[in-house]
Design a protein around this ligand. Structure first.
Ligand code: SF4
Length: 66
């Protein structure tokens, strides 16, 4: 099975905190007002899709691990 990493593109995140509201255990906002992933624990495919769809600027991305 392919392993994927969830990432936030810090350059385009607008800090709206929607991801933090959907998955507060996984996302927080840093001192620059940008979302960071603090943990990937309990993030299943359904939740990941919800997060990617919810982000208004498409800053949340899934990338294949190398
Ligand atoms: S939903 Fe998107 S724009 Fe909003 S804080 Fe999260 S990553 Fe940033």
């Amino acid at each position: 099975m392919e392993k994927k990493n969830l990432k936030v593109d810090q350059k385009i995140c607008i800090g709206c905190m929607l991801c933090n509201q959907i998955a507060s255990a996984n996302f927080s906002i840093n001192d620059d007002g940008k979302a960071i992933i603090k943990s990937s624990k309990n993030l299943d495919e359904k939740k990941i899709k919800q997060l990617i769809d919810a982000c208004p600027v498409s800053a949340i991305k899934e990338e294949l691990c190398s």
